[in-house]
Design a protein around this ligand. Structure first.
Ligand SMILES: [Zn+2]
Length: 243
């Protein structure tokens, strides 16, 4: 693997530097905490990296401020009236105590998520019922998208699945050829989900986010940058993106 990673401090700012076999220096500020990361070509000196960062300090500070002010989804009590998201749309939660029916979720009029739970169901139980529903919905969307992008890219994952992850929308194990998709994506637009599926499957061809990776994304999903920014700019789920 032709990369090397370390952290330096520039004007009081922690900067992660990754050396890669790439042509251009890339500077990024990432949510949720405003982490600063520089991907630098192997032959560029540390001083040159330092200068590049100093030249962008104003921009970096502005980006960090933006993330700081970004709305976070608040902690959920799982009571009627709360906003919950599904496929990028905002729904109002309606908790319906229901002793006789199997616990379930029903979407009404593209506006309300009805949560049918036992009258004594506590917050955790309500969360569990909703999370199970998200998982079933996401699985339904995921199947055809995996099919579509495996065909398009000419790759085959040995397995894929859904799990809760704290810091990533998706992961790909290059050797085992296994893809994991974050359950949280059930709350984001279908475009976001498709982007993550495509991104992880491209990792079956190219392991790192290098020029080859970007070239494949550009070819098959020219809008990927704006979708990625959307995804990173959308309200971050309290329970997942805790710092
Ligand atoms: Zn990746």
């Amino acid at each position: 693997m032709n990369t090397d990673q370390h952290t330096i401090t520039i004007s009081g700012l922690q900067v992660e530097i990754v050396r890669k076999n790439i042509k251009n220096l890339h500077l990024g500020v990432y949510p949720p905490g405003g982490r600063v990361r520089v991907a630098a070509p192997l032959r560029v000196s540390n001083d040159a990296v330092r200068l590049a960062v100093i030249g962008k300090l104003g921009w970096i500070k502005r980006q960090q401020l933006k993330f700081e002010r970004q709305p976070r989804e608040s902690s959920r009590e799982m009571v009627s009236g709360e906003s919950h998201y599904f496929l990028g749309h905002r729904y109002r939660l309606r908790v319906i105590p229901d002793a006789c029916k199997k616990q379930c979720v029903i979407v009404r009029n593209k506006a309300t998520i009805e949560l049918h739970v036992r009258p004594d169901a506590d917050v955790e139980e309500r969360q569990r019922v909703l999370a199970n529903w998200y998982r079933v919905q996401l699985r339904e969307f995921l199947g055809p998208l995996m099919e579509k992008w495996q065909n398009r890219l000419g790759v085959q994952a040995t397995a894929y699945g859904i799990k809760r992850m704290k810091t990533k929308w998706g992961t790909c194990n290059h050797e085992a050829r296994r893809v994991w998709i974050n359950l949280e994506l059930a709350k984001k637009s279908s475009e976001c989900l498709e982007y993550v599926v495509a991104h992880e499957l491209v990792h079956l061809i190219v392991r790192h986010h290098d020029d080859a990776f970007v070239a494949i994304m550009d070819k098959h999903m020219p809008r990927w940058r704006s979708i990625r920014d959307d995804l990173n700019g959308s309200p971050l789920a309290h329970e997942i993106w805790r710092e």
